[in-house]
Design a binder for this molecule. Sequence first.
Ligand SMILES: Cc1cc2nc3c(=O)[nH]c(=O)nc-3n(C[C@H](O)[C@H](O)[C@H](O)COP(=O)(O)O)c2cc1C
Length: 227
Amino acid sequence: MDNKKIYIINGSPRKNQNTAKMCSSFVLGVESTGIEAEIVNLYDLNFKGCQSCFACKLRGGKNLGRCAYPDDLKEVLNKVSYSNGIAFASPIYFGDVTGVMKAFMERLLFPFVTYDENYTPIPPKKLETAVIYTMNVNEEMFIKSYIGANNSGPLGFFENWISHIYKKPVRVCAFNTYQFSDYSKYVADVWDEKEKAKQRDEVFPIDLKNAYEAGKNMGYMIINNGK
Ligand SMILES: Cc1cc2nc3c(=O)[nH]c(=O)nc-3n(C[C@H](O)[C@H](O)[C@H](O)COP(=O)(O)O)c2cc1C
């Protein structure tokens, strides 16, 4: 039996803040099922978004259906594509995932989209997926503006493409996150530090638990499907 593995892609530049903590909790959940998990910190890698070289679409080409652009992402893309599950984790920047997460998405998913009338998906494996978001806004604003009606918002679009290529992602969110180590040092009067600290102390632990459960559930999905 081959080793089963889940990759958690961290699209946050901060290694020990909200998104990273959600990733670590997700990992613990996965590992509780006996399945291996690895976090990939995108900000540690030297890579760019899709170069539009179209080697992945070249008729009869040796790289048809995969991105072979030679930078730090090449090996990661290969490993992720043949794993069993992937969690895309990102802070929300301007209502969307971060730029590096977008660049990662272009490189991972575009080769698996066929340019036919159905955009037929051709990933080597149909992976289990999750999305993990952390952000300043509350849930209502998130659903209304970022997911959007009928998934028409930036994150709705992001999730639609993941669902098209892989399985529909399970979504885990942390809203109204604590953003600074010390609010008094920064110009951020729009936020009430006390309210933020309360959320951090009372709600964020629940968010972490939800991330743990999502990791555990993904682990069991993989074990039960035997894939
Ligand atoms: C450049 C930038 C843009 C941001 N844009 C948004 C936004 O549009 N909506 C939002 O709710 N939070 C926004 N935030 C706040 C972060 O999403 C939030 O603090 C997040 O939890 C940070 O994650 P981290 O702790 O992993 O860095 C932004 C933060 C930065 C640095």
